[in-house]
Design a protein around this ligand. Structure first.
Ligand code: ATP
Length: 367
């Protein structure tokens, strides 16, 4: 089932009526989530991603705009009548109930034509428990489970009513690093197996990139960019998106374009066409540097960190906005720490130019 957000807006009134300003938590958000896909809503704290999710769920009422599930306008429907499954960061399981009772709970409240027999409910509960691989734990209480297992129970409980849309709000935040990795792969598998259109909220870009079919990057209530994770990473629309995606993060420099040449400080790093002379902000992805004794960019070498297959070269440059410049290069390349400097040429598709004031991307052609 596709989900369509049409000019969705949420404005919270100010708490302090005299002095305070209202908060535009989500501003004119229009987007279509394709049927059966997993979409990651991504952005820093306060960007409006949870508010968007709550509006899709019906927990919050939009100030403006409409929400459609397929062709159904669900904007005025209550949460119970939308056919959604919700999973929160803090599992929210009933502690006095067993896993089985927790999963059965939403089915026991079904009314009218949806009412199920006890056997039908049990069959459904065991099927979803199998899907999320907790069918061996049905008689335990939540306190007897690990965090990852508890979150699986929460997912099973959300799935047992066969929702039209699955909504996940930071579902991995309470798990330790190893469990997070494992559980996010699980979520992806479950989502693919069920084919339920899913919206996943996270502030962790790596998490969103790794499991989403599409990502939506938000800032201060405004959608910055939408697209497939790799496309957004490779082709960011502005400096905010470029900085938000990628670990290690993109390297940012002050620079300029002059006579078709891109300069970082005094260093000429690229020849381009299609851009007028101007000061610019320059972003270079860590994998965009190539060791080159004749390269245009000269950095002061600080350290080389071995990471196995790759090495991370840490250096400084006077025009760098951050304290250090970090490149990732193949470990087969030998960096001479004693040399004091390191010279790079730059891969043209890994360097981005941004307007100094608006921070919007400036597109160029490589000469
Ligand atoms: P986080 O990752 O910290 O949860 P978020 O991106 O999910 O952040 P939201 O919770 O959607 O952000 O909040 C967006 C903005 O709306 C923030 O500025 C927040 O302070 C504000 N906001 C959220 N809920 C309310 C509310 N009930 N009343 C007033 N302002 C609110």
């Amino acid at each position: 089932m596709k989900v369509v957000l049409q000019n969705l807006t949420k404005i919270f009134p100010s708490r302090d009526k005299k002095a305070g300003k209202e908060v535009v938590a989500v501003n004119d958000f229009t987007f279509e989530i394709p049927d059966g896909k997993l979409v990651g809503l991504l952005g820093p704290s306060g960007c409006g991603k949870s508010t968007t999710l709550y509006m899709i769920s019906g927990l919050q009422k939009p100030t403006g705009g409409r929400i459609f599930f397929g062709e159904d306008d669900v904007t005025e429907l209550t949460t119970e009548n939308r056919g959604i499954g919700l999973v929160f960061q803090n599992y929210a399981l009933y502690p006095h109930m067993t896993v089985k009772q927790n999963i059965l709970f939403p089915l026991q409240n079904l009314k009218g034509a949806d009412k199920m027999t006890k056997d039908q409910m049990l069959e459904r509960a065991y099927n979803v428990a199998k899907l999320v691989q907790i069918d061996e734990l049905m008689e335990r209480k939540p306190s007897e489970l690990s965090g990852g297992q508890q979150q699986r129970v929460a997912i099973a409980r959300a799935l047992v009513k066969m929702p039209r849309v699955l909504l996940l709000d930071e579902p991995l935040s309470n798990l330790d690093a190893r469990l997070r990795l494992q559980t996010r792969e699980e979520i992806r598998r479950i989502q693919k197996e069920t084919g339920i259109t899913t919206v996943f909220v996270t502030h962790d870009q790596e998490e969103a990139m790794s499991i989403s079919d599409m990502i939506v990057v938000m800032k201060l209530g405004v959608v910055q960019q939408t697209g497939k994770p790799q496309d957004v990473y490779d082709d960011p629309t502005n400096l905010f998106v470029a900085k938000f995606l990628g670990t290690p993060p993109i390297n940012v420099f002050d620079g300029c374009v002059k006579d078709g040449k891109v300069y970082i400080g005094q260093d000429k790093v690229l020849e381009i066409s299609g851009v007028a002379d101007q000061d610019v902000t320059i972003g270079i992805r860590p994998e965009g540097f190539e060791l080159d004794p004749a390269g245009g960019l000269t950095c002061q070498l600080s350290n080389v960190e071995v990471m196995g297959r790759d090495v991370s070269v840490v250096s400084t440059h006077p025009a760098s906005v951050n304290p250090s410049v970090r490149s990732i290069i193949d470990a087969d390349n030998k960096v001479d720490l004693g040399a004091g400097i390191v010279r790079y040429s730059i891969k043209p598709h890994k360097i981005f130019l941004f307007n100094k004031e608006t921070e919007e991307r400036i597109y160029f052609e490589v000469k």
